[in-house]
Design a protein around this ligand. Structure first.
Ligand code: NDP
Length: 319
């Protein structure tokens, strides 16, 4: 099969399309014929070496396709069934073997493209708003990079769950998109803390930007507010003295990751069912920015790193 691999960390040019073998699925695994892989910022961290991988590596941690072959002991899934997954490596490829427990069935009402686009970022937005800090009506929430993948979904879920959403983004056009997605207020990265203070301070901040926004965020939270640092698109946050959380008003700080929130089949199914339910009901719009071919993955990486994306970038893997 064809797959995009890298032998060494570096720029987008290290990504090579090659013919590689794929073993039959092991016990408990399912072989998928992939239709789409989703591009995520973590793929850039893997490619650049920020998160080191054993080499050679096939990138991509999210995909959608059909069940082609069942490994020993797998039940509850059938050949030809449409499924999606997140947090398993190797989706920049025509086929992949995935543990059966990680697979979520895709309902008929959700298209292939939307399922692929929704899975990793959507499950992230779901666990951040439902479990990490269960958002409630009347709360003030700050969402950074609100025109991006996870950010755009957080804005919509914030509104759906009755919160007041203050959204930030890096350009006027992106802030306008955040408004269209449902943000009540928008601000630049330089101004958001002041705006939040003017609104009575935030109950929670969802920060996937990191270095550029984190410190100002601590001054925008109300006493006992929650800083949810879930990414580092602008670079990693410097270490901090826990005493600072005391000084800023007994704040909470968490650094969550999707892997810890989908620990077994029940959790995958429950979160995916709620996510696909919102989409099927028209309550959550999943915006696809661009679709690249498997041969164009390097260009797709350049595109996401250039901060030009308005929504999700997909790789068409065939099928
Ligand atoms: P996005 O589509 O949101 O892209 C990242 C956005 O971050 C950019 O569009 C840009 O928006 C903003 N940004 C701010 N500063 C920079 C910078 N210096 N360089 C590049 N981008 C910058 O990506 P995702 O939705 O895929 O991911 C968002 C964040 O969430 C990432 O940090 C990612 O690692 C994290 N994440 C974490 C997960 C978890 O489980 N913890 C799961 C999924 C994603 P703008 O131009 O408006 O500033």
């Amino acid at each position: 099969m064809r797959a995009v691999q890298m032998d060494t960390p570096g720029g987008p040019e290290v990504l090579k399309l090659r013919e590689v073998p794929l073993a039959a699925p092991a016990a408990g695994e399912v072989q998928l014929q992939l239709r789409y892989a989703g591009l995520n910022f973590i793929d850039v961290y893997h490619r650049s070496g920020l998160y080191p991988l054993p080499m050679p590596a096939t990138l991509g941690r999210e995909g959608m396709g059909t069940v082609e072959q069942l490994g020993e002991g797998v039940s509850g899934l059938s050949v030809g069934q449409r499924v999606a997954f997140a947090m398993h490596p190797g989706s920049y490829a025509e086929r992949v073997n995935v543990p059966a427990w990680l697979l979520a069935p895709v309902p008929d009402a959700v298209s292939d493209e939307v399922a692929a686009a929704a899975m990793l970022q959507g499950l992230t937005a779901q666990f951040l708003t439902r479990t990490t800090w269960p958002l409630a009506a009347g709360q003030l929430v700050v969402v950074h990079a609100a025109a991006g993948g996870v950010g755009g979904l957080l804005v919509q879920l914030g509104r759906l769950l009755g919160a007041t959403v203050l959204a930030t983004a890096g350009s006027e056009a992106k802030r306008q998109l955040a408004r269209e997605l449902g943000a009540h207020e928008v601000a630049s990265y330089d101004e958001f803390a002041e705006v939040a203070r003017g609104l009575g301070r935030a109950h929670v901040i969802y920060d996937g930007v990191g270095q550029a926004t984190f410190r100002a965020g601590l001054d925008a939270l109300r006493p006992r507010g929650m800083m949810v640092l879930y990414g580092a698109a602008s670079g990693p946050v410097e270490p901090l003295d826990p005493q600072l959380l005391n000084q800023k008003g007994s704040l909470f700080l968490t650094r969550p990751s999707l892997g810890a929130y989908i620990q077994d089949a029940a959790e995958v199914q429950q979160r995916a069912a709620e996510l696909f339910g919102w989409i099927a009901a028209g309550q959550l719009q999943v915006r696809v920015d661009r679709v690249f071919d498997l041969s164009e993955v390097a260009e797709a990486h350049r595109h996401i790193e250039a901060r030009g994306t308005l929504g999700k970038v997909l790789i068409r893997t065939g099928g």
